[in-house]
Design a protein around this ligand. Structure first.
Ligand SMILES: [Zn+2]
Length: 362
């Protein structure tokens, strides 16, 4: 991945079939061109009545990994009004996938009344919108209001006429996106058709005023997102003909603590990752160049087990395990690269997200 800096704030990444521009006017917004006919423009966050649009220019500190396959950077904008809340972001990118951690940082003296994660504007020739809901079902959205709920969809897929796809997913922490009710407020996630393109608004918190009750004190409100995209010609990974080793997720004995209510394994559970890493390490000793390890029959989806989020005190916390699976893949590839070997993930036939860009990405 090659990135270019111009001035202190503008960063561009130009790849063969996609490009990305950070730091365009409006601060901290970026524009992603996924394909000739599919674009994403991201908007600013806001905290109470203060928009990030009025924030001071952000610090950008890009870092490219040694092998050039990954780039990351941190940014921070300060809104120079009131109690000076700020927005800190960590971007981590590999080819066709971006992980984004956002912190809305407020002083406790600030009474929290409105928090907005910023809008997404999707432009281009959009042929189809698919919603993967927190019920684990994938459906095609129809009408002018494509989605309106207090919980965000785990994923939305925008497919263009050329067949390119843009995936906007929450991170693992869906519970952080939908925490408003616990704090005496509401949240609202809407995806609406507009004259030009589609707008996805993400209202994290809206305070419902009550007599003699103060709004909750400010805090650091963190949430994770994942953005992935694929071109018109993207295709699913082929099943390797002679894998060196296979771990079949549908027949492995994971143990009860690693599973979702459905009985399927949850990749967000620490126990699951330990089993996967142990399997991979046990195969490192006799690897040869070109060997392929196969993780077969993989499925990801919603899970409620609070223990998987390291909060066993809570009973239920809605999360999902796509990010944890991708994180394992990233770790595994680093180990295998040294031997010239690789890992292939083959989704299960009934996995609703099997053709999503984040799973197609190499
Ligand atoms: Zn889980």
């Amino acid at each position: 991945m090659e990135l270019t800096r111009s001035g202190s704030n503008l960063i561009t990444v130009d790849e063969k079939d996609w490009s990305l521009r950070f730091g365009e006017p409006g601060r901290d917004r970026f524009t992603l061109q996924c394909a000739e006919d599919l674009f994403l423009v991201t908007g600013c966050c806001s905290i109470n009545e203060l928009s990030e649009q009025s924030a001071l220019p952000s610090r950008l500190r890009p870092h490219v990994s040694e092998d050039g396959k990954e780039f990351s950077f941190d940014s921070k904008t300060v809104i120079p009004f009131g109690s000076e809340p700020s927005v800190a972001r960590k971007y981590k990118m590999t080819d066709h996938v971006m992980h984004l951690t956002t912190d809305l940082i407020m002083r406790t003296s600030l009474g929290m009344t409105e928090l907005n994660a910023g809008d997404f504007h999707i432009r281009g020739k959009i042929a189809k919108v698919l919603i993967f809901g927190s019920d684990g079902i994938l459906r095609e959205a129809e009408g002018n209001i494509l989605y309106e709920e207090s919980v965000p969809p785990l994923s939305v897929i925008f497919q263009s006429e050329s067949g390119a796809m843009l995936e906007l997913s929450t991170g693992e922490d869906v519970w952080r996106w939908s925490a408003a009710e616990r704090l005496g407020g509401t949240s609202c996630f809407r995806i609406v058709k507009e004259e030009i393109g589609i707008r996805y608004t993400r209202e994290l918190f809206h305070w419902i005023p009550q007599k003699d009750v103060q709004p909750p004190p400010g805090r650091v409100w963190r949430y994770n997102s994942l953005i992935a995209w694929s071109g018109a010609k993207a295709s699913r990974s082929r099943r390797p003909s002679k894998p060196k080793a296979v771990l079949d997720c549908s027949t492995t004995d994971w143990g009860k603590g690693c599973c979702k209510e459905s009985g399927e394994v949850c990749f967000a559970a620490n126990g699951t990752v330990n089993i996967l890493k142990k399997w991979l390490r046990s195969n490192l000793a006799d690897l040869e160049k070109g060997d392929v390890l196969l993780l077969d029959n993989v499925s990801v989806g919603p899970c409620l087990s609070a223990a998987h989020q390291d909060r066993p005190g809570k009973k239920e916390l809605l999360h999902w395990d796509l990010n944890a699976l991708l994180e394992f893949k990233r770790w595994a590839e680093k180990q295998l690269d040294r031997f010239g070997a690789s890992l292939k993930i083959i989704p299960a036939k009934n996995c609703p997200v099997r053709d999503f860009p984040s799973l197609l990405a190499r």
